[in-house]
Design a protein around this ligand. Structure first.
Ligand SMILES: C[S@@+](CC[C@H](N)C(=O)[O-])C[C@H]1O[C@@H](n2cnc3c(N)ncnc32)[C@H](O)[C@@H]1O
Length: 301
């Protein structure tokens, strides 16, 4: 980033300027480079730099931040302007009550997935028996499984991922969240490696984007987030089929299956679930009114 006024970031040694001016200049810089929600993004970076929340920033805007911090902010702005997701630049992101480390090893946790956790927590019959065994397939950063163990400490939890790198991140996050040792992490594909009929529930936000669509995604997703976390094969449903087939074997009769799915996949997922012996199938919407979740129960004898 150059130091001239046209660049809108640091016409004078930036650290001597009040934070508010720096945020304004940084927001203009990001907006000119086509970054969506430029002001919010700049505020996230500034709040993270100061170790405060975005709302608290207001109490700091009149004071200079100092050159060291300003230099960090400038380098972060350059990364975001270059297309890197702000979450990876920050290196951490909030998911429900947890702050998780996020980096290129795994998908950035999305707000819709917070709702998937709500759906699992609200499944009363799952929790009434005491300590259900729940398996999170495709754990990524660990956001789902770590929220479950945090919010329902009694449950037995296992997290699986096909990616060694993602699993390492999930393990690190379990330590960061103070629940290390309370989740079993397994490197693997699908969830077929359990004793038949032993699991109470399976939850998954699998890769569900059709291969042909992945390359057309916005560049901050396509060029930075792992494709193993996005690409669900020709119609986006390869991993859903794999997990559903495995789940029909390892879930106990009456066991529950919870998916996050694509907004155009409701009826196809319903068909897959029916074919593999699931009933009480529900397709639900997210808070934006888009089809987003599939819930089902493995048929009893
Ligand atoms: C969409 S990401 C979800 C990550 C995290 N659960 C979340 O909600 O943010 C899907 C994850 O599934 C993993 N994955 C892909 N194929 C898999 C398979 N066949 N079996 C297990 N995990 C798989 C990917 O490595 C990735 O971490």
């Amino acid at each position: 980033m150059s130091n001239d006024r046209s660049d809108g970031v640091a016409p004078v040694p930036a650290g001597e300027r009040p934070l508010g001016e720096l945020i304004e200049a940084g927001s203009r810089y990001l907006a000119r480079r086509g970054v969506a929600e430029a002001t919010s993004v700049c505020e996230w970076l500034a709040a993270n730099l100061l170790g405060c929340g975005r709302l608290e920033l207001l109490t700091h805007t009149a004071a200079p931040v100092g050159e060291e911090r300003a230099a960090i902010l400038r380098s972060q702005l350059i990364r975001v302007a270059g297309g890197e997701p702000v979450q990876y630049v920050l290196g951490e992101w909030d998911f429900r009550d947890l702050t998780l480390t996020v980096d290129r090893r795994a998908l950035i946790p999305r707000p819709e997935t917070e709702q998937l956790v709500d759906i699992v927590l609200a499944a009363e019959d799952l929790w009434c028996g005491g300590a259900p065994w729940i398996v999170d397939v495709g754990t990524g950063s660990g956001c789902i499984v770590l929220s479950l163990v945090h919010e329902r400490p009694g449950a037995r939890l296992t997290a699986i991922d096909i990616s060694e790198a993602a699993l390492a991140l999930a393990r690190e996050n379990s330590e960061r969240c103070g629940v290390g040792g309370r989740v079993e992490f397994r490197l693997g594909r699908g969830c077929g490696e359990f004793v038949a009929g032993s699991i109470d529930a399976i939850v998954s936000n699998p890769p569900y984007i059709a291969s042909g669509v992945v390359l057309g995604l916005e560049r901050h997703i396509r060029d930075h987030e792992p494709h193993t976390a996005l690409d669900g094969g020709e119609d986006g449903l390869d991993i859903v089929r794999e997990i559903t087939r495995d789940a029909a074997l390892v879930l106990r009769r009456g066991g529950r299956l919870f998916y996050e799915i694509g907004d155009d996949q409701g009826s196809a997922v319903r068909d897959i679930l029916e074919t593999h012996g699931f009933d009480e199938i529900e397709i639900r919407e997210d808070l934006a009114g888009k089809t987003r979740f599939a819930l089902a129960r493995l048929r009893g004898l």
